[in-house]
Design a protein around this ligand. Structure first.
Ligand code: HAM
Length: 527
């Protein structure tokens, strides 16, 4: 029985294999080229960053942050952090082990030690700057102080229970102090690009700064066709400079040019404007929307009912059949945009027309990340089933500032590369397995040295060459050559070495010719 491998890819991840990877490479190469022509440079941020970065940028309440992030286990690799963590373990152990009930003095001493060391480390920036640590420590000290004063009264009975209870509560509070920054695998890269813009003072470069990236992203989603836990994005961001509508339009033009160059069929661009966060704009609209949603609450599903409170805009995303008719009657954001946002949106559409970019307006396009404002867009493609969005993006003018940088305009998109590839393949763009140009059938040790030289010469000239590592019988060699999809077999045996002319067999029509080394190279190069 075959020995089945114990290890397999983890749920939601997969291996990308040849010949598919050739298509991935072609798509990525096209992105490098097209984005380059629009003046974008490549950025490669790390794959994991502070959890807080994503929480702040994408939004605590979004599905991506609240349910789907891969948070990395804490690694105490700093000595101080390690000591603090041990100290806390000791206290915890005292609290749970009935054999090691601490004396109040010992407990007070250890808590004091923890508190002093923590404060010192915090001042030096060694431990994570947990904003609420001070409050937690205060609470612990107060509780112990209170207990100590109670113990001083002789009349106090049942002190043991009270002591145990206090210790347990103190430990719970101490446990809440975050010693080390929590890190997470990136669920998206816009937050990272903004972080990098601030960290490297890119506001001092000529504005706007245009950056693109490609790479793996991670979201703990339920895997299905076109949806993976490790997936790949190709994205671009424009940071700084004005928020001129031409910037939105050119970015979208670049995106559509890229899809066109990839040969993507049936790409449909939808656009919308979700205004900005002000009472006379989106906030006003959201209040109105919530009001209307409350009137029909009973007819909505559980998810939408919850979203009325958390994020009413997301109700518009609903795909539930029975909610569609209800949603169609809801107020539309276009009727509630402030004058500036309305003008901006109209200008974006005019500019897209000028560039010959076709779009459809979709008032329900609100996107699932918190940072968006004004222009939002999405592209769907064929052959993808329910997960048919190949790209999403939009404007996010407040994001850099939210992350601690200067007020900065921003807009960008990310293409789901897995879905793009899938759609290309469904559209018949699957690449054939990469064959070989020349298979070198060498026979005898005399021919081997020549075969090595021939392989090198041909490879240097750019041909795909297969040089078998062991000698093969003639028939076997030809069989292997055709299995590998080779166009030619170069036959090198004693005759060829002695005669100085090599035999080249065209495997498609079985024609054979004898050529000198130089003539062979010229012949192949001419093809
Ligand atoms: P997003 O809409 O979350 O936006 O993702 C962009 C694209 O990534 C989606 O349209 C989809 O094609 C692909 N995608 C998302 N999740 C998965 C998954 N689990 N499996 C396969 N593909 C997936 C963003 O990520 C924003 N950062 C885009 C952006 C950049 N906005 C401004 N700048």
């Amino acid at each position: 029985m075959a020995n089945k491998s114990k290890f397999q890819t983890i749920r939601g991840t997969r291996d990308l294999l040849p010949p598919d990877t050739a298509l991935w490479n072609r798509v990525e190469q096209t992105a490098h080229e097209v984005f380059g022509t629009f003046g974008f440079g490549e950025i490669r941020p790390p794959i994991f960053e502070a959890t807080d970065l994503f929480a702040r940028a994408v939004g605590d309440e979004t599905d991506i942050v609240s349910k789907e992030m891969f948070i990395l286990a804490e690694q105490h690799d700093d000595r101080t952090v390690l000591e603090l963590s041990h100290l806390r373990d000791t206290l915890r152990f005292m609290a749970v082990s009935s054999d090691h009930k601490p004396s109040i003095d010992f407990f007070v001493e250890k808590v004091g030690e923890f508190s002093d060391q923590y404060e010192a480390a915090r001042k030096k920036g060694i431990v994570y700057a947990d904003e609420r640590a001070g409050i937690k420590l205060e609470y612990v000290k107060d509780s112990i102080g209170h207990l100590e004063s109670l113990l001083k009264e002789d009349r106090f009975e049942g002190w043991r229970d009270r002591f145990d209870q206090t210790v347990r509560l103190c430990i719970q509070y101490l446990d809440l102090i975050i010693l080390e920054q929590s890190n997470a695998l990136r669920p998206e890269a816009t937050a990272s690009v903004c972080r990098a813009y601030i960290e490297h003072n890119m506001q001092q470069l000529p504005q706007p700064v245009k950056l693109y990236y490609m790479g793996a992203m991670f979201r703990r989603e339920r895997p299905q066709k076109g949806r993976h836990r490790q997936f790949y994005q190709i994205g671009a961001e424009i940071l700084g400079g004005p928020d001129a509508p031409a910037i939105d339009a050119e970015l979208i033009e670049m995106l559509m040019t890229f899809f066109d160059k990839c040969g993507l069929q049936g790409a449909e661009l939808s656009i919308n404007s979700i205004g900005h966060a002000a009472d006379n704009c989106r906030r006003g609209y959201v209040a109105k929307l919530r009001e209307e949603l409350l009137k029909v609450k009973d007819k909505l599903g559980a998810d939408s009912q919850r979203r009325i409170e958390t994020n009413p805009l997301r109700v518009l995303d609903s795909k539930l059949e029975h909610e569609q008719a209800i949603i169609a009657t809801l107020p539309r954001i276009a009727d509630h945009l402030c004058d500036d946002c309305k003008t901006h949106y109209a200008a974006v559409k005019r500019d897209l027309d000028l560039r010959g970019v076709k779009y459809r307006e979709n008032w329900r396009l609100v996107r699932g990340l918190d940072y968006y404002m004004r222009t939002t867009f999405e592209i769907t493609a064929q052959g993808l089933g329910s997960q048919n969005a190949v790209c999403g993006g939009g404007r996010y003018d407040g994001l850099v500032e939210l992350l601690g940088g200067p007020p900065t305009k921003g807009i960008g998109f990310a293409i789901g590369e897995d879905r793009l590839i899938l759609s290309l393949q469904e559209g018949g763009q699957a690449l054939a397995a990469q064959g070989r140009d020349v298979f070198i059938a060498w026979m005898g040790q005399n021919a081997y040295a020549t075969a090595i030289r021939a392989a090198k010469t041909l490879r240097d000239a750019g041909f795909r060459v297969e040089l078998p590592a062991t000698e093969l019988k003639f028939g076997k060699a030809l069989e292997r050559a055709s299995k590998l999809g080779s166009r030619f077999a170069l036959i090198l045996g004693d005759n060829e070495i002695q005669g100085g002319e090599w035999t080249l067999k065209n495997l498609a029509n079985a024609e054979q010719q004898k050529l000198t080394e130089q003539a062979l190279l010229e012949y192949l190069l001419k093809l």
